[in-house]
Design a protein. Structure first.
Length: 354
């Protein structure tokens, strides 16, 4: 995307893609491209079940994910992160906008055409306890996508299962056990093995460490990084844990109430956050140095996230922003590049950069 096309999108109020016009990314291939993506869930009431409103879970997000990179998507619970991932994979139908995978428009792809794309796009779910069928053995769980897409015979599938279990750090000898016989971290490894069984190009990691003990989280993240290097995977890593996202992501998009409010390279976003919401999130991340931690000033956000069925006018963050001005309550902030591919939607940052 050129700088001219970014200006055209922002003029219409849409959030443009990440900085694909910067020199160091000019030669990188875009694998996933999202433009103006919306997902509104209807609110139905009355005897005749008439629609009286909509929950705006995702309300016009745009970004690119480059081949081989990890894009972190962070924000509080209820900000629309998981819904964004599901809409990209067409597990939920988009209300508006487009999601393109390797040049193929997913929102217009259905039936057998979409089914043929499924092996290339997979998902790791948040809860390893509920995402694995308790009545199936580990071998059956991992073999299910292989059987569904006709990959090999019984013998080759068994070899593939053993290979996958070893790849995620589990013993092939345990293939005939059931999920309840494994710990949470081991179950998540089973889910990862299932996700990579078909050699995908793109994996949506939907808070894959949120349900795990802290001592296990780093192991799972390290495994994901190793698999990415080994298999050339591209990740959309969804999480509310900013410290873990900093470890795994190349770029980070910050989401609030269905909108992306800031997007930048991981170092720029953590070292110099521009949006007040990002600054507040970043201030909540503990620093392992007690001297530095004691001298930090935390930014405490007051109130709760507004209802996505009735978002505030103007900037969606204005009801909780400690720096909000009058125009923040009436005007939607323009999404602009403030340099080096650092995008932010905030009137106050506009003041600093003009």
């Amino acid at each position: 995307m050129t700088s001219e096309s970014v200006s055209e999108e922002t003029a219409e109020g849409a959030e443009p893609a990440s900085s694909v016009d910067t020199a160091d990314r000019a030669d990188r291939e875009v694998l996933v491209s999202v433009r103006g993506l919306k997902k509104h869930f209807p609110i139905m009431k009355g005897v005749f079940r008439r629609q009286v409103g909509a929950v705006r879970a995702v309300d016009g997000v745009s970004f690119d994910i480059y081949k081989g990179e990890t894009l972190g998507l962070v924000g509080e619970s209820g900000s629309g992160k998981s819904t964004t991932g599901k809409v990209i994979l067409q597990l939920e139908q988009a209300t508006e906008g487009t999601a393109t995978f390797d040049g193929i428009e997913l929102t217009e792809t259905t039936g057998e055409s979409l089914r043929k794309l499924r092996p290339r796009m997979q998902m790791i779910f948040q809860d390893p306890h509920s995402s694995l069928n308790p009545r199936m053995t580990v071998a059956s769980i991992i073999a299910e996508p292989l059987r569904e897409h006709g990959k090999g015979n019984a013998e080759s599938q068994r070899k593939r299962i053993d290979e996958l279990l070893s790849q995620v750090g589990l013993s092939p000898m345990h293939a005939n056990r059931y999920p309840h016989e494994f710990s949470g971290g081991q179950r998540q490894r089973i889910g990862i093995a299932r996700a990579i069984a078909l050699n995908p190009d793109f994996v949506v990691c939907d808070e894959p460490i949120a349900a795990l003990d802290v001592s296990i989280q780093a192991q799972v993240v390290n495994l994901l990084e190793e698999l990415q290097d080994e298999l050339g995977l591209t990740y959309l890593f969804i999480s509310h844990d900013l410290s873990m996202v900093r470890h795994i992501a190349d770029r980070v998009a910050v989401m609030y109430l269905g909108h992306i409010v800031e997007l930048a390279d991981v170092d720029a976003l953590y070292d110099d956050p521009q949006h007040p919401y990002t600054q507040a999130l970043n201030s909540a991340v503990p620093v392992p140095d007690p001297v530095v931690e004691a001298g930090r000033q935390r930014q405490i956000l007051e109130g709760d996230i507004p209802s996505p069925s009735n978002p505030p006018p103007g900037c969606v963050f204005n009801t909780r922003c400690p720096l909000a001005e009058e125009r923040c309550r009436t005007e939607v902030p323009e999404w602009r590049d403030i340099g080096d591919g650092h995008y932010v939607a905030c009137h106050l940052v506009d003041h600093k950069t003009t």
